[in-house]
Design a protein around this ligand. Structure first.
Ligand SMILES: Nc1ccccc1C(=O)C[C@H](N)C(=O)O
Ligand SMILES: [Zn+2]
Ligand SMILES: [Zn+2]
Length: 210
């Protein structure tokens, strides 16, 4: 570790944060005020587990898949590389050729989507499932994106989710990378220990390494 400061790359969970169409919105409110309890304010929240910056458990798209509590926390902590792919609408094997990804364990893709946490995007950059075997070959074990999904918004077959899962690559979505330059970082993006969770919001932070 060095003296570089950690940077928050998470969407703030406000009552106006966007949620997946038809899914449960996020709300946080005070249930009991300090005046009522005589000692403390106590909040409550309701939310989809796929809110803001979050990780997917395989159970999200595979009935037999692991739930959040069974995910290996080591995947969510460690060296990560941010690459800028904001100049393309489709990320295929060709696009990845321009970057040196040897030995990259966690890859964070900075696509052209600007972070607007209160707006659910209509269209996002397409990831081609063909990139998954390339990531596997490089040694990637976590893929992070600054979009709500690693598949097209209207996708039902979720080809990238399934391909990543088949190869044991963990998924991190809705990162805020607008002000993050390409480069090498340490990453911490831990899910809550939600026993039966199919996903979990995370507080994602990175620290430049040099
Ligand atoms: N919450 C949803 C509601 C309806 C349909 C999809 C979703 C998703 O969460 C899919 C997305 N690929 C995700 O993993 O976050
Ligand atoms: Zn999700
Ligand atoms: Zn997902």
């Amino acid at each position: 570790m060095n003296n570089n400061k950690w940077i928050d790359i998470s969407q703030p969970l406000t009552n106006s944060i966007a949620h997946w169409p038809e899914d449960t919105p996020f709300t946080n409110q005070l249930t009991y005020s300090k005046e009522q309890t005589g000692s403390v304010n106590i909040g409550q929240m309701t939310t989809s587990l796929h809110i803001g910056t979050h990780v997917d458990a395989p159970y999200h798209f595979d009935n037999k898949g692991k739930k959040i509590i069974d995910m290996d926390v080591n995947y969510y902590i460690g060296r990560a590389k941010v690459i800028d792919v904001s100049d393309v609408d489709v990320i295929d094997g060709r696009v990845l050729e321009d970057f040196s990804l040897d030995g990259v364990e966690r890859l964070l893709l900075k696509t052209s989507l600007k972070s607007r946490p209160e707006l659910f995007p209509e269209k996002i950059t397409k990831l081609e499932p063909e990139i998954v075997p390339i990531l596997v070959e490089k040694g990637v074990k976590l893929l992070g994106v600054n979009m709500p999904s690693v598949d097209p918004i209207d996708s039902k077959d979720l080809l990238c989710h399934h391909a990543l899962h088949q190869h044991g690559i963990y998924i991190l979505e809705n990162l805020v990378l607008d002000d993050v330059p390409e480069g090498d970082y340490n990453l911490i993006a831990l899910p809550l220990a939600i026993a039966e969770g199919d996903g979990s919001p995370v507080r994602a932070v990175i620290q430049p390494t040099d």
